[in-house]
Write a protein that binds this ligand. Structure first.
Ligand SMILES: [Zn+2]
Length: 280
């Protein structure tokens, strides 16, 4: 143990990081937290996990399916009457949690189950954020996830009448939520105009509340912007699209309301399920 790194820890942090305790499930600061950035060690501040490896395992603790290379060490742990693999920070040896393999929740088939009290979030300030609704969010996510310059994409619900909607609530169309994809991107690598072009090329913006066979207000075409610049560019591009389509564009351009992240089984769905297209 590297005691120097532990002198400033609170009593609660010490119980986890030094004494290898476990915080109560569903109570930690980062259990339901999905923003773009980096998770560092709370003791020595060394980078441990990228937020694009974080997922919701439903277990009550922050879960990651990969570590930053070399950041974490694994140790056999025979406590609690079973064999587990403990994970610690490789720089200061502080306890993080345990790692589990073979649960098949994400493609990497690995779950780092980490205490919120062992880590600290640092937001990536260089990234911009926008939300697109363009029909079934499974295929829309796949479109954006593969783009160079997109750091993080995740699916969810926005713009409806109820709080904390779940899939069963929104799929009737009654709550007025849209299936959306949240995209964090680096403007230096991919511009908002590039993202908009992908959006326009991959759905039909002239059919109200409908994409192909998918009908309902949850499939409406919408850009939820987070900056005035995005708003301006999106509105201008609608005029261009009207000339291209020679029809009215029904796409809404609206300031982003609260994003409700969808259930984990919807995240990266087409990859998880090895499907090429939607509507299966
Ligand atoms: Zn550390």
């Amino acid at each position: 143990m590297s005691e120097d790194f532990y002198t400033n820890l609170s009593h609660e942090e010490r119980k986890i990081i030094v004494d290898k305790g476990t915080e109560a499930p569903f109570k930690g600061e980062y259990n339901e937290f999905f923003e773009a950035g980096l998770f560092i060690c709370r003791a020595c501040r060394s980078p441990l996990y990228e937020s694009n490896t974080k997922f919701n395992a439903g277990c009550g603790w922050p879960s990651f399916d990969d570590e930053i290379e070399g950041a974490v060490v694994r140790k056999e742990d025979f406590s609690a009457g079973r064999i587990r693999t403990e994970i610690c920070c490789s720089k200061c040896d502080g306890h993080l949690g345990h790692v589990f393999e073979g649960e098949q929740i994400t493609e990497k088939n690995t779950r780092h189950c980490v205490n919120s009290l062992s880590i600290q979030f640092k937001s990536y300030k260089n990234l911009s954020k926008v939300y697109f609704g363009a029909g079934c969010f499974w295929s829309v996510e796949k479109l954006f996830k593969i783009q160079k310059g997109v750091y993080l994409s995740q699916v969810g619900y926005m713009g409806g009448d109820t709080d904390n909607p779940r899939y069963k609530d929104i799929c009737t169309g009654d709550t007025n939520h849209v299936e959306v994809v949240e995209v964090y991107y680096d403007e230096k690598v991919i511009s908002f105009t590039d993202l908009l072009n992908i959006f326009w090329e991959n759905h039909n913006p002239t059919t109200p509340n409908q994409q192909g066979f998918d009908i309902g207000s949850q499939y409406r075409s919408v850009v939820f912007y987070t900056s005035e610049n995005q708003k301006k560019i999106a509105e201008e591009s609608i005029l261009v699209q009207e000339l291209n389509w020679k029809k009215t564009i029904v796409t809404e351009v609206i300031i982003a309301p609260i994003f409700y992240r969808a259930e984990e089984y919807h995240q990266n769905y087409l990859n998880k399920n090895n499907l090429g297209i939607c509507g299966v």
